[in-house]
Ligand binder design. Sequence first.
Ligand code: 5RP
Length: 232
Amino acid sequence: MFPEIENQKKRAGFKAVEKIKNGQIIGLGTGSTVYYSILKLSEKVKRGLKVKVIATSKETKALAEELGLEIIDLNDVEKINLTIDGADQVTKEGYMVKGGKGALTREKIVAFYSENYVIVVDETKLVNSLGGKPVPLEILKFGWKKTINFFREKGVKAKLRVKNDEVFVTDNGNYIVDVYFSSIQEPEKLERELNNVPGVIENGIFTKKPNEIYVGRKEGVETIKISPLKFI
Ligand code: 5RP
């Protein structure tokens, strides 16, 4: 990784935890940018801040536990005060492609139940419109070849995700198929249509708008405000 991009991730990741208050429930996304938010949050907790966190993946849960954060189950909370997550692509309107690490389904669920939602990215992730990057679909193993062929027969490039020469299996025990669209003009429509295909559990187009996007830049962090944070 280029050191400058790493610094941008760190700046954005750190910024997202600045206003967290005692007693809050925090949703934690997955990936190399939110990693810095988790790191910074754990420092604050060591200095006395009291929060509970919900992890969106086994990876995030393991990191949070290692850093001494108190994990709580989504079923056991009334509401999530704030969720912090990364993105593979984000527009300034707040449309996103996510799921580069395969955690899209849990990430979308946690985002859905969050009062406030912020996204942390380096500047390479900010785009004018979505497209050109793989859109992950979490699919059931049952009939997986049929699901892939359905997209291919419609002329959509679709690839079963493989990692370290093995088929990638999500934390939920499913496969990921990456599908490719050169340009995504109507994200809400595509999000609905992808989820309508039997066998598709969830897709990586996210249309719940974050309240704020923190974009790490060379000079600092750009904050793109979409809707007011409700409590911070
Ligand atoms: C994981 C995700 C990540 O948020 C996304 O892939 C961005 O990750 P990173 O910050 O490592 O670039 O959606 O499923």
